[in-house]
Design a protein around this ligand. Structure first.
Ligand code: HEC
Ligand code: HEC
Length: 296
């Protein structure tokens, strides 16, 4: 016991020295509040050390009393003590508190960070909407460019010309190879009302002629074989009522479908941007892409 008290006193001195080392300046100042705080720290150290000493001593020297239960585990027995009433009350109390907390407390109607975050998002979305209610074409192009540089440029390149092997060149609607690829393999996953496009019968010269025509922006006279396409994509290739994609321009329907569903083909895979951009931003991206297309 004696050695433990000596050890305790050494510990107190060490802790006080540590406290003084870290916060000694406060002790030396004129402000009596600081001095009171230091005294408080001292009191806490002394009380803590002696309380711990008391219990360590008890663990070392106490012997238990009472009647042993019949069963034991590998020689470790158990006393048949009644449950301490304080412990029992806390146990039942915590079950009641848990039920209250779960059904009445925090999760249902108290402050919640997630709730506040959602509210602020809604608020800012409304502000965004109000601020850009009727954007001019110029505004849309500028907004589209800034969204593009942040969200899209990592794959499509800062000038939208695509990064070799990584993503599509967006300064042209489609390249000849892409159109040939779609004719041969079909297209799916964009979620147009018409559904997926099956691989087409057109082959050889016919396919070449169609692909050249489509990649060229559908200018001039359509090759006869384009009739196989116009039943869905329209005679002008702009898609009928948004049933199948517009093959001439990027339009808002294509943009929102690509952003919502992502796209996967032989070139690579574009992830979905679902929920990450609002309608105005999607329109802005369409305007931006068409503006660089027009300016080529
Ligand atoms: C992780 C890379 C990646 C990012 C980021 C990305 N894309 Fe793409 N994108 C691709 C790939 C790959 C393709 C080609 C997919 C294909 O042809 O199947 C593509 C194709 C496209 C197409 C052509 C779709 C079509 O059907 O013709 C458009 C339009 C497009 N991306 C717009 C965007 C916009 C706008 C953003 C930014 C909001 C963006 N992309 C971000 C990889 C990406
Ligand atoms: C049965 C209707 C139908 C016919 C016929 C059809 N298409 Fe399609 N096409 C679609 C649909 C629907 C999609 C979009 C499918 C998807 O990816 O979800 C599509 C997608 C495409 C795409 C990809 C567009 C993009 O941005 O990714 C190209 C290119 C295309 N079609 C070209 C053609 C050509 C060329 C022909 C004629 C040889 C043709 N289509 C015939 C319905 C059709």
């Amino acid at each position: 016991m004696k050695s433990m008290v000596i050890g305790g006193i050494i510990l107190i001195v060490a802790l006080m020295a540590g406290t003084y080392f870290v916060a000694g300046d406060a002790f030396q100042s004129d402000d009596y509040i600081n001095s009171l705080t230091m005294l408080g720290a001292l009191a806490i150290i002394v009380i803590t050390v002696f309380t711990v000493l008391k219990y360590v001593n008890q663990i070392k020297n106490d012997t238990a009393s009472g009647e042993l239960a019949d069963e034991n585990w590998d020689g470790i027995g158990e006393y048949t003590n009644p449950i301490p009433s304080g412990w029992g009350l806390i146990f039942i109390g915590s079950i009641i508190w848990m039920l209250w907390y779960f059904f009445v407390g925090y999760p249902t109607n108290q402050f919640s960070q997630i709730g506040q975050y959602n509210e602020e998002v809604l608020e800012n979305n409304a502000k965004f909407k109000a601020a850009w209610e009727n954007p001019t074409d110029e505004t849309l192009v500028a907004m589209g460019e800034s969204v593009f540089l942040v969200q899209c440029a990592p794959c499509h390149g800062v000038d939208a010309e695509g990064i070799a092997g990584k993503a599509q060149d967006l300064t042209h609607r489609m390249s000849k190879e892409q159109v040939l690829d779609v004719i041969k393999n079909g297209s799916q996953g964009l979620g147009y009302p018409m559904g997926a496009m099956p691989p087409m019968m057109a082959q050889g010269a016919d396919a070449e002629a169609i692909a050249t025509y489509v990649a060229g922006g559908l200018k001039g006279e359509a090759p006869a074989s384009f009739a196989a396409c116009s039943s869905c994509h329209g005679a002008d290739g702009k898609g009928m009522n948004g049933m199948a994609p517009n093959l001439v321009d990027y339009d808002n329907t294509l943009m929102s479908k690509v952003l919502e569903n992502g796209k996967k083909s032989s070139i690579g895979e574009m992830p979905s941007f679902k929920g990450r951009l609002n309608e105005t931003q999607e329109k802005a991206l369409t305007s931006f892409l068409n503006s660089i297309k027009a300016g080529e």
